[in-house]
Design a protein around this ligand. Structure first.
Ligand code: GLN
Length: 535
């Protein structure tokens, strides 16, 4: 087993996760089995309790773990199937150490960061190696070198590398080489200082990936090489990608990142054949047509809040040789403005997941517009609940219909709290989470796209469709297209008299891959193409 550790320097948001994922892609194409994991220094036990404003999207795994959005990149860029083992926060480490302390597992000892906390971190790497196998584990350390809270992780990986030996461990540092406009120069000093900080801790990177806006000329590479003690060819340029994040593996391949990695780790592997990946990237970059999809949410100004949804749209679009232009609409703008004005020329509407009542009336207005004007619609989780409320109010005449989440006193709680959730008091990790089976009704749009009567999808919610209203809604034209095998939970609804109106209680976006778009997104984008307004 070989171990790669990816750290970040100078500033956050350098795309460390994408760099780690892209290295994973390249190593997989070299025939290696790759596992990726992320260590996050914050004290939340998992990111599930953080707002998207703080942390971006919460990515859900098959086993129901709520994880960092970088795990989404890992799953999209590689074939690795991740579990709760693959995301570790300081909060989780301390929770475990304190539990052991109370259990008397360290009886008689002073419990300390070194060795108890660091041992716990190292144990996690060993657990992943033991339980998941594979040839290479890539561990990304969140945060920026120099942060106080990241120190225990850095100390742990230093010890770990020492224990497994030089030829089995590689440190890759992702750093910023900023361009100073006034001087017309790229500056290497922040990188030198960040590497110096790492060396103080006893970590010596073998490869430095330099994020930069300008070409990294040979003399600058030589300078970084000299000051940072790496070979000149191990100073890698990583400029912003022009079109799509999926170009990144191709860029890093050009810089020979995979070759250098394998050389350092003494891995004998063939050159990767990236033709399939390249063909996919070409389709993303050179589409034959474009469609406009509106996404209406309340975190719409944030790049990261609906990450997996935007990626899933890209995958589906590429399969149709199409580009999706996303029109991001703030739900609250729809409460003030006219839906026809804001959505008049879109080819599809997507309502993503969310929590709390802010903006819900705007989403309901948008959904009504899509239903009445026969614009293709995809609702996800909260999006399905919104579609249910809209249909109840405007197609069934159930005035004041709502979700108990937004209005506990609604006369028609068409969305109500799950039975199993009624007694739940703890907030962390307590929703209906992870993979569940859904039975699909034959003859529905969903059956058509899935081509299957039984599917599994990932969930993250507390509320559900209230079946007391089922018959009344079915009579008005609502179709129950997916249901849990025991018949208790409605998982997909559709509207019969509509070109494509599908909404799911689960999150299909988490299962979409670049070359295997998710069936619901595929169907939705296909319907948007059919709908297309002339430009
Ligand atoms: N807030 C809703 C619920 O808890 C929807 C959740 C979501 O969209 N992920 O059921």
């Amino acid at each position: 087993m070989k171990y790669i550790f990816v750290t970040g320097g100078v500033v956050s948001s350098l795309g460390k996760g994408l760099a780690a994922a892209s290295l994973g892609t390249l190593l997989e194409y070299r025939g290696l089995r790759v596992i990726l994991q992320k260590f996050d220094p914050y004290l939340n036990v998992d990111p599930g309790t953080m707002s998207p404003f703080q942390h971006g999207e919460v990515y859900v795994l098959d086993d129901g773990s709520e994880t960092d959005l970088d795990l989404g990149h890992y799953e999209r860029f590689t074939n690795t199937n991740l579990s709760r083992l693959n995301n570790l926060t300081s909060g989780r480490v301390y929770q475990e150490v304190l539990r052991k302390e109370r259990d008397g597992r360290y009886l008689g000892k002073t419990v300390q960061v070194i060795p108890h906390v660091t041992d716990e971190i190292k144990a996690r790497i060993h657990d992943v190696a033991k339980e998941m196998g594979g040839d290479v584990i890539i561990t990304e350390i969140g945060g920026t070198v120099g942060d106080i809270e990241g120190l225990p992780f850095l100390e742990a990986i230093r010890q770990f590398a020492q224990e497994v030996g030089q030829e089995n461990a590689l440190f890759i540092h992702v750093t910023l080489v900023p361009y100073i406009k006034a001087a017309g120069e790229l500056k290497t000093k922040p990188t030198q200082q960040s590497i110096a900080k790492l060396r103080e801790i006893g970590i010596f990177p073998g490869i430095i990936i330099c994020r930069t806006e300008q070409e990294l000329e040979q003399d600058l590479r030589a300078k970084i090489s000299l000051f940072c003690n790496v070979a000149p060819e191990a100073v890698i340029e990583c400029r912003d990608v022009a079109h799509t994040i999926y170009e990144l593996p191709l860029k890093l391949y050009k810089e020979r990142l995979d070759h250098l990695t394998c050389k350092h780790l003494q891995l004998e592997t063939p050159e990767p054949d990236l033709s399939r990946w390249r063909a996919f990237v070409d389709r993303v970059i050179n589409p034959t047509r474009r469609v406009r999809i509106a996404v209406v949410g309340k975190y719409i100004e944030l790049q990261d809040a609906y990450k997996s949804i935007y990626e899933a749209l890209t995958h589906a679009a590429a399969a149709h040789d199409t580009a999706v232009d996303v029109t991001r609409i703030d739900a609250e703008d729809l409460e003030r403005g006219d839906p026809a004005e804001l959505m008049g020329h879109v080819d599809g509407l997507l309502i993503p997941g969310g929590f709390g009542d802010r903006g819900t009336e705007g989403k309901i207005a948008a959904t009504r517009f899509a239903r009445e004007h026969k614009i293709p619609f995809l609702g996800i989780c909260l999006g399905m609940q919104i579609a249910t409320i809209e249909f109840a109010r405007n197609a069934c005449g159930l005035e004041g219909a709502n979700s108990e989440e937004f209005d506990p006193d609604t006369p028609h709680p068409v969305i109500h709290i799950l039975e199993e959730q009624k007694k739940v008091r703890q907030k962390g990790g307590s929703m209906r989470l992870g993979t569940y089976v859904t039975d699909i009704t034959s003859g529905t749009k969903s059956f058509g796209v899935y081509q299957s009567g039984s599917i599994t999808e990932r969930h993250r919610h507390r509320y559900e469709f209230n079946q007391t209203y089922r018959q009344q809604m079915e009579q008005a034209g609502l179709v129950i297209a997916g249901i849990s095998p025991d018949g208790t939970l409605v998982e997909i609804i559709e509207i019969a008299d509509h070109p494509f109106f599908v909404a799911a209680q689960f999150h299909p976006e988490f299962l979409s891959k670049p070359m295997a778009p998710h069936p619901l997104f595929d169907g939705f984008v296909g319907a948007a193409i059919d709908h297309h307004y002339p430009d």
